[in-house]
Design a protein around this ligand. Structure first.
Ligand SMILES: Cc1cc2nc3c(=O)[nH]c(=O)nc-3n(C[C@H](O)[C@H](O)[C@H](O)COP(=O)(O)OP(=O)(O)OC[C@H]3O[C@@H](n4cnc5c(N)ncnc54)[C@H](O)[C@@H]3O)c2cc1C
Length: 379
């Protein structure tokens, strides 16, 4: 076994960390408070080659591997959860369906504008009546005179308000169950397509979460991504990659919790000494550090399996489940270590808790991930 990162991976992690701590972290509180979409930061990230990091250079990407992307994502999320989610949805959900399943022509048409940051990547799967049960998709796409005519709606879709197109799932073949679902690219300026950004969220206030409405939206037949009727299978693969990335985000938020709590434990004095001298506080910090190390190893192993062409689905689910729940626990402990100040917004730990909770819900809830793992156990 070789746990050492390659020189390229180390360089990307260090570049992302330096940029995130210098440019993003000082703005994170304001982004959260004002709900500002961090477009100016994303433009800078595009300049660093991060927006197309794991995409081949011929399509405008940086030609990095998935491990490098996850390392960068951990550092971005450590600095700001909103920017982290925006970046994760852009790459894992926005770029990957086209990168994995698009034709050469589609890759050349869509990927360069994602890699340059001209368009944010966005993937519309969830519907008001179809969340965990994505097989219950109700949005339809009917082929008429060489065009897909799309009707229906989507909810909770990240980045669509800043996207030039969204890849959506729709039922193209009724009565075929999950084998009747396909992936279709829909430009956001198509007549009849409305994107509404109106949610008031618990956290991740700077990320863009939208509802999509399709009213007789017509797009060319060639906008189908991959194979007709295999959209369900395709997005399961896309989500597996996303789950590794969510694991990395969990590590990023938990690391921010440890950074803040450790600093506070060294500074805050009670009973004539820093609270970090009390064993009860030391044990909390020791557990946080150990769990972060474990979760980091889990997402890195899953990413390594993916990069080396080995099966990674189970490990991706482990990394997501453990990393996300670990982050929420770390945030709760960080608040506890801050005492009353942890409950006051002047300190960032409350934001970490609000942000980490989404990681237990998006791209498969903890319950759904446990079901997936249980199935792999033969249950
Ligand atoms: C901020 C944010 C960003 C998002 N971004 C995107 C995006 O970019 N694209 C996209 O397509 N979606 C996105 N989502 C949607 C997200 O993936 C869904 O919210 C999630 O999959 C859960 O679906 P649901 O909300 O309908 O919950 P439901 O499926 O209704 O689940 C409700 C509860 O029931 C539990 N449950 C459901 N089924 C079972 C079962 N069989 N066994 C045990 N428990 C079960 C769930 O675990 C959960 O606790 C986003 C959501 C949020 C909040």
């Amino acid at each position: 076994m070789d746990f050492k990162l390659t020189e390229d991976q180390q360089l990307i992690r260090d570049t992302a960390k330096d940029f995130a701590q210098r440019e993003i972290a000082p703005q994170a509180e304001e982004i959260d408070r004002s709900g500002t979409f961090p477009l100016h930061i994303l433009r800078q990230m595009a300049g660093l080659g991060l927006m197309g990091l794991p995409i081949a250079e011929e399509y405008g990407g940086a030609g990095g591997d998935y491990t490098s992307y996850c390392l960068a994502l951990e550092e971005i999320t450590r600095a700001c959860g909103s920017t982290g989610l925006t970046y994760e949805a852009h790459i894992s959900l926005g770029c990957m369906p086209i990168y994995y399943y698009g034709t050469e022509e589609q890759k050349r048409e869509y990927l360069p504008m994602l890699c340059s940051g001209e368009s944010m990547g966005s993937f519309g799967l969830t519907e008001p009546e179809a969340g965990s049960d994505a097989g219950g998709t109700k949005t339809t796409a009917v082929l008429e005179d060489g065009e897909w005519v799309i009707n229906g709606s989507k909810c909770f879709i990240t980045n669509a308000g800043y996207a030039k197109f969204v890849t959506i799932t729709a039922v193209t073949d009724r009565d075929k169950g999950t084998r009747g679902i396909s992936d279709i690219v829909v430009p956001t300026d198509t007549p009849g397509f409305t994107v509404r950004s109106g949610y008031e969220k618990l956290g991740l206030h700077g990320s863009n979460t939208t509802e999509l409405f399709f009213d007789d939206v017509r797009v060319p037949e060639k906008n189908l991504i991959g194979v007709r009727g295999e959209g369900y299978k395709q997005f399961l693969v896309v989500l597996d990659g996303g789950r590794i990335a969510i694991g990395a985000m969990g590590v990023g938020i938990a690391q921010a919790c440890l950074d803040a709590a450790l600093k506070y434990a060294k500074e805050r004095c009670q009973f004539g000494r820093p609270i970090g001298k009390f064993q009860a506080i030391q044990f909390k910090l020791a557990d946080m550090a150990m769990n972060i190390e474990l979760a980091r190893n889990m997402y890195l192993k899953a990413a390594w399996l993916k990069d080396t062409g080995q099966p990674y689905s189970l490990e991706a689910n482990y990394a997501k489940l453990f990393g996300s729940e670990m982050a929420t626990k770390a945030a709760l402990e960080a608040i506890q270590i801050h005492g009353g100040y942890g409950y006051i917004n002047e300190f960032p730990v409350g934001r970490y808790l609000r942000d980490s909770k989404l990681l237990e819900i998006g791209e498969g809830t903890s319950e759904v991930i446990r079901l997936v793992i249980a199935r792999r156990l033969g249950l």
